[in-house]
Design a protein around this ligand. Structure first.
Ligand code: ADQ
Length: 471
């Protein structure tokens, strides 16, 4: 590996955990590894709301060579930045849901102000040879703001969610500002080739940039920005170990106790309208309707921890899902069988691994998803000798790496039902073959590799080092 430059500085909405007590997701594990190796800091929101706003103190927790540095937000900032612009405008729009996106000038203003405040607080902590890596849709403007605050070192950005086509993104009133802000980074990373193509198309069609060679964009003022796909992975080894832990076995046994020899289907998602849970329930209902022989033979467990419950769209979704599940149970339940169950609580990583392991089928049916780590976790948690079947939406980023899953169009109830039936009847040899191919890729492209690949690109000498800076 090339000689590494200075510290790693990560910025994301929520920070940590640095140590893995069975709680950290793949992303945190990957980043924590890289931070431990290089030393550095992880900067973000403290999770606290305080009135102090711009004068609030930075909170610093140091663990070895790494510090977690956080800052409070005010209630107005949470409303405008987090619930407003990030989750009422950008999240739906970038997930192709123009129909439910709302655009308010005041939220846009607060979003930019929070990005600026974060940058102004972070800038004095930076050193010239740091690698600064900004994460996700909360911080599009953070790079430009760091440049404005005179930071001149390497700046990378990774978008965890999809990047919608320019025809859709231009509906956002300030879409040009938003995308132009990405061009202030040295490296901009996306989950898939499709997302990268949409970004480059926007730059070319709307901002007069030039597509240099598929991986680089030349801006109208002559700077070259690297734009590539870096599909995120999970800590596959770690997750596979979780799946055989004591806690996992207990949870596996609990699920088996409830299903009592029936085929167990699971879904695991934050309760979000992008995840296609409604469409999944409809597919399951149609299975029971059209295939009476399956009644009493299958059981569906949907794990769906509540998320962003302050927003109406999420409250509506919860009501809709509970209504649908109630209807399905009302129509088909018998004295000793409840076809579908929703659990809204969180689980530890080990417990979750045990739930995946107990399932014969996992349904991952998002209407649009940047990657979807559940699909990869399910593969890692299976017993290779007797693996379950993954049903995967064609609109999940994970589809590119997991083509051996049963690929479905979640908008087609027939498609979902057909895939369920095929999964339930799939012979052992076919399950093993499909699973082995997917497992190999999940174990190869891990969270740790993803992190190192991105950082190696960010660390590499770039054209911009040879060019005059224009900011
Ligand atoms: P999310 O939209 O949150 O992530 P996903 O990738 O599926 O979607 O990650 C969800 C994580 O939450 C998984 O690690 C899962 O195990 C965990 N989880 C779900 N239910 C849980 C429960 N009840 N208890 C504990 N943990 C639970 C965003 C993008 C994705 C992208 C990731 C990472 O929307 O497309 O894959 O970031 O880049």
């Amino acid at each position: 590996m090339a000689e590494q430059s200075g510290r790693l500085v990560v910025v994301s909405n929520r920070v940590g955990p640095l140590s893995d007590e069975g709680k950290a997701g793949g992303l945190a594990v990957g980043l924590a590894d890289a931070l431990r190796r290089r030393g550095g800091l992880w900067f973000g929101w403290s999770g606290e709301i305080s009135d102090a706003g711009s004068s609030s103190e930075l909170k610093t927790e140091t663990h070895g060579s790494t510090s977690l540095v956080t800052i409070d937000l005010t209630q107005d900032e949470i409303d405008g930045f987090y619930f407003g612009y990030a989750n009422r405008s950008l999240w739906p729009l970038l997930h192709y849901r123009l129909d439910i996106a709302s655009f308010e000038r005041s939220s846009d203003r607060v979003y930019r102000a929070v990005n600026r405040r974060f940058a102004e607080r972070l800038a004095p902590q930076l050193e010239a040879d740091d690698l600064v890596w900004i994460h996700d849709y909360h911080f599009f403007y953070m790079g430009s703001e760091l440049r404005r605050a005179s930071y001149d070192g390497r700046l990378g950005y990774f978008l965890h969610i999809p990047f919608c086509p320019p025809e859709m993104l231009t509906a956002l009133p300030a879409s040009h500002d938003l995308v132009r802000a990405l061009l202030d980074y040295d490296v901009v990373g996306f989950q898939t080739e499709g997302d990268r193509r949409n970004f480059v198309a926007f730059c070319v069609q709307e901002l007069g940039a030039e597509d240099v060679d598929g991986d680089r964009v030349r801006t109208s003022d002559g700077r070259v920005v690297r734009a590539s796909a870096f599909p995120i992975g999970i800590d596959a080894e770690g997750f596979a170990e979780f799946a055989t832990s004591e806690e996992a076995r207990e949870h596996e046994a609990m699920v088996n106790d409830i299903s009592r020899g029936r085929h167990q289907i699971v879904g695991v998602d934050r309760m979000d309208y992008s995840k296609g849970i409604v469409e999944r329930f409809r597919g399951f209902e149609q299975l029971l309707e059209d295939h009476p022989e399956e009644r009493g033979q299958v059981q569906f467990l949907q794990v769906a921890p509540l998320s962003r419950s302050e927003l109406e769209a999420y409250v509506d979704l919860r009501n809709e899902l509970e209504g649908l599940a109630g209807n399905i149970n009302g129509r088909f339940a018998t004295l000793d069988w409840n076809p579908i169950q929703i659990l809204v609580n969180g689980f530890t990583r080990r417990a979750l691994a045990g739930i995946y392991r107990a399932a014969q089928v996992c349904m991952v049916t998002p209407l649009r998803d940047g990657m979807n780590l559940v699909a990869k976790e399910f593969i890692a948690a299976q017993d290779p000798a007797d693996p379950g079947v993954l049903i995967l939406s064609r609109f999940a980023g994970a589809r590119a790496e997991l083509p051996e899953a049963l690929i479905i169009n979640p908008y087609s109830t027939d498609d979902v039902t057909r895939a369920l039936l095929q999964a339930l009847k799939m012979p052992l040899e076919e399950r093993q073959r499909r699973h082995a191919a997917m497992r190999e890729r999940v174990f190869r492209n891990t969270a740790q590799n993803w992190c190192e690949t991105f950082l190696a690109v960010l660390d590499a000498p770039a054209e911009r080092d040879l060019q005059p800076r224009s900011w």
